[in-house]
Design a protein around this ligand. Structure first.
Ligand code: ITT
Length: 197
């Protein structure tokens, strides 16, 4: 089976890729098969640029016949002019925990009524095939930021993100719903369609 290595240090992302790529014909592996995800400076100014930086860093360490995929993602909040965006992982500072980032977001939005809390998750994947050719796929999921965190599933901002058409957060809705609606699910679907065509 072809090996698809996820160029990420985030175990939750790898787990989601594993579920989303079931029956794809790829064996999904974490960067552990290459000795772990190396430190990379994500200094690109778009999701795509940062995804490419991560994919290329792992490409250099991976077996030559492996496929590599990376994911750069984040939350864009309209009332904050699109922040935290590409800075989502370090919104509350370098090395900040998910909880710190989420609390900072709620604080920034404290004064905003429900109508002003529109947001979307975005995800860009960079896929590198064994020949070194690069392809990009993206996905977005519209929703809003809740007033308080709820739910225990998922990771990151999932406890405060309520996807459009629902009244519960991704962390309450769980993987069965998130795997159909999320930014990552849609980007992976676009990648699967391309791989299968
Ligand atoms: P890698 O760079 O190693 O892949 P990372 O977690 O640092 O891992 P990003 O740089 O892409 O990944 O940052 C993504 C940020 O957006 C991070 O704070 C996540 O918690 C958040 N995020 C992305 N997708 C999410 C999702 O599906 N649910 C909740 N939060 C998400």
């Amino acid at each position: 089976m072809k090996q698809l290595i996820v160029a990420s240090g985030n175990a939750h992302k790898v787990e989601e890729f594993d579920g989303l790529l079931e029956t794809s014909g790829f064996e999904v592996c974490s960067a552990k098969v290459c000795g772990g995800m190396p430190y990379v400076l994500e200094d690109g100014d778009t999701f795509g640029a940062n995804a490419r930086i991560k994919a290329l860093a792992l490409r250099a360490l991976a077996p030559k016949d492996a496929w590599i995929v990376s994911d750069d993602s984040g939350l864009e909040v309209d009332a904050l002019g699109g922040a935290p965006g590409i800075h989502s992982a370090r919104y509350a500072g370098e090395g900040a925990s998910d909880l710190h980032n989420l609390n900072k977001l709620l604080l920034e939005l404290e004064e905003q009524p429900a109508a002003q809390r529109a947001a979307r998750f975005r995800c860009v994947l960079c896929l590198i095939d064994p020949s070194g050719s690069e392809q990009f796929f993206d996905g977005a999921c519209e929703g809003r930021i809740a007033n308080a965190p709820a739910g225990a599933d998922g990771f990151g901002y999932d406890p405060v993100f309520v996807p459009e058409g629902h009244s519960e957060s991704f962390a309450e809705l769980g993987e069965s719903i998130k795997s159909k609606l999320s930014h990552r699910a849609l980007a992976v679907l676009a990648m699967r369609r391309c791989l299968e065509s």
